[in-house]
Structure formats: C-alpha cells, structure tokens
Design a protein. Structure first.
Length: 173
C-alpha cells in the first residue's frame, strides 16, 4: 500500500526514508574532506556530488514533510508517554534536512560562486554577499548536529527493535 496506516508506513514514506538515508549517508562523506584536505579517492569521486545531492535532499525534504503532514492522521501510533520526544526528534531532523541545504546555498552564493546542481546552473555566479556568507557559516555546525541526530535516531530504532521489542523498526522495513 502506498499510504501509511496505523500498523505501518506505506511505500511512499518508506521510499522517502531509505532514499534520503542513503543520500544523507553519502553527504556525510564530506567529513572526509577534513582528512588530507580531501586529497583521496572519497574526496575526489563521491564528494564532488555534494552540492547536487544537497539540492536534491532539499527538494526531497520539503516534499517528504508535505507528505508526512498529509499522512499525519493515519501514521503508526506512538507510545503516548514518548510521543512528544518522538515528534521533537523527527522535527529536529526535518529542520536540519531543510536548513542544511539552505545554508549551503547561502554559503555558495555569499562567496560569489553561484549554485549548479547536476550540471544545471540554478543561481549564477555573482558578487560576494556578506550576510549570505554569514548565514552560510551555520552549514558546518548544522552538519554536526544532523550527524548527532542521525546517530540518535539509529540508536533509538535499534533500542526499540532489540530491547523493547515493540516492532518500531519493522514498520519502516
């Protein structure tokens, strides 16, 4: 079934989740730029797609957020005692998935580079814009925050699956 039910997530939600998880994992390869200034095979082959995948993730995050809002009345039920924390955690993940590409775009535009995704120029090169570059400086701290949120998300999914044995992970598989 394409839509969500109270028993589990539908094909659309599962596809968004796992494709975005793969793309976010790919984006985290950018952390390897910290090693030898990116002068290795990861930095030279996979990381070169960072901006394009970031733009794709922005489109997917906004679309996924809209889908989640559309499905909110029929999504799987949460433990009422944990509902606030579950919604807060997912809300923070959505926020960083949207803010990260936006700050990345601001960093590029602010530095005068423009933005090209998958070979298509989205924003032309231009003059440096100080305020955009300042907002863009939040990109790296947000990446670390998303990394922590993703680790927490995975840890909680595994905790629910193997300690509480409540089938939470099964609903997304």
């Amino acid at each position: 079934m394409a839509t969500d039910t109270q028993d589990g997530y539908g094909l659309v939600s599962k596809t968004f989740h796992w494709v975005m998880a793969l793309l976010v994992g790919w984006q985290f390869l950018k952390f390897f730029d910290r090693i030898d200034e990116g002068e290795h095979w990861v930095g030279q082959t996979l990381v070169s797609w960072h901006i394009s995948i970031g733009v794709l993730l922005l489109v997917m995050a906004v679309t996924r957020f809209g889908w989640a809002l559309n499905q909110r009345g029929q999504r799987p039920l949460n433990d009422p005692a944990m509902d606030f924390y579950i919604k807060a955690g997912h809300g923070l993940i959505y926020a960083t998935l949207i803010l990260l590409p936006l700050t990345g775009i601001m960093l590029m535009v602010g530095a005068g580079f423009g933005v090209t995704a998958f070979g298509v120029e989205l924003i032309a090169k231009g003059e440096k814009i100080g305020w955009a570059q300042s907002l863009g400086s939040l990109h790296s701290p947000l990446a670390w925050i998303l990394a922590a949120l993703v680790i927490g998300h995975i840890a909680m999914a595994l905790f629910h699956q193997f300690v509480r044995r409540d089938g939470t992970l099964d609903r997304m598989l």
